[in-house]
Design a protein around this ligand. Sequence first.
Ligand code: FAD
Length: 339
Amino acid sequence: MRLPRFEYSEPGTLEEACSLLAQADTKVLAGGTELLVKLKQKTITPRALVNIKSIPHLDRIEETEDGGLSIGPATTLHAAATSPLVRDRFGLVAEAAAAVGKPRIPYMATLGGNLCLDGRCFYYNQSLLWKQSLPPCYKDGGHLCHVVQGSDHCNALFVADTVPPLIALGAEVTLTGVDGETRMPLEDFYTGRGEEVNVLQPGQVLSRIRIPAPPPYSTGVYLKHSLREAIDFAVVGVALLLTVSPEDGTCRDARVVLGSVATRPLRAVAAEAALRGKALDEGLVRTAATLAAKETHPVSHLGVSATYKRRVIETLTKRAVRQAWRQAVAGSGSREGWR
Ligand SMILES: Cc1cc2nc3c(=O)[nH]c(=O)nc-3n(C[C@H](O)[C@H](O)[C@H](O)COP(=O)(O)OP(=O)(O)OC[C@H]3O[C@@H](n4cnc5c(N)ncnc54)[C@H](O)[C@@H]3O)c2cc1C
């Protein structure tokens, strides 16, 4: 498949990028591992692309004064996965970055691109020729969903691997446009609408990702299940940040975030509430996992049935709690925020 024609620019500053992006029908290009595929399939045909990798310092990872991290969106997933700053205290983010389309994709793909990933759908991520054989769906401007007959909205799945761990850690993003900057929790960046996955407006760039210092006595895990293991999207991804009381070993706080189960990343709030304030034992692990599977309502999609997805949510949540708990008991063995 050949790329369609488009105008191309490499701005030297964020301001320049924003004013180029404010022009009609212009898209940000980062690693291109998603965008260029869509261009080849003619899923989208923008008039112009603005390559943000040419902007100096947008690929930096820096410690912030309050002990957190500030990561530029053009940081490659490989750099995020191998940076000692990320690995040592935010290991679940490093694990997720390494798991994106491994082994090749992380060398080109960026963290910002992963956060801005569009929803995926068997009927949408296809060539124009293939799609023209069916009526257009909501995501293509039509009035139906091919995945869920009778649905009043698009059911494209949100599958980006690095997002659940970043939400579990309470990350924030900065959006920069011609009118200035907006800062928001990453959790609020997603709309839950498959048609328009995030709140980015034309002319805006996701310009920074900030992760606060993890709470004391906390430890984190990201587990992903995919069908092929290599170069494959998650069937389910589970991120867990577990904070333990140093006095009696009970769970002080838990944040469980699921990926690839809905049109947005989902907090498993019932599972979190079940864990909070309790002594961790095998019964509690099972209860939390059952709740996580029950409170999500996946649809059968991308070759995976809803029943199978629920089973995977349950299994991965169990494994994640057990693993985080083991790390917590080992104390210094955990890599995020144990002090
Ligand atoms: C074979 C294959 C396997 C894959 N496997 C996985 C996987 O396992 N897990 C997974 O999560 N993803 C996977 N992907 C999807 C994709 O490669 C990754 O999500 C990647 O991180 C996207 O980053 P990128 O820099 O290449 O984004 P690009 O392709 O450059 O951009 C993606 C989208 O984000 C927008 N964008 C990028 N950066 C910004 C920014 N800073 N501000 C505003 N908008 C921006 C672009 O305009 C575009 O709409 C896979 C892709 C392929 C082709």
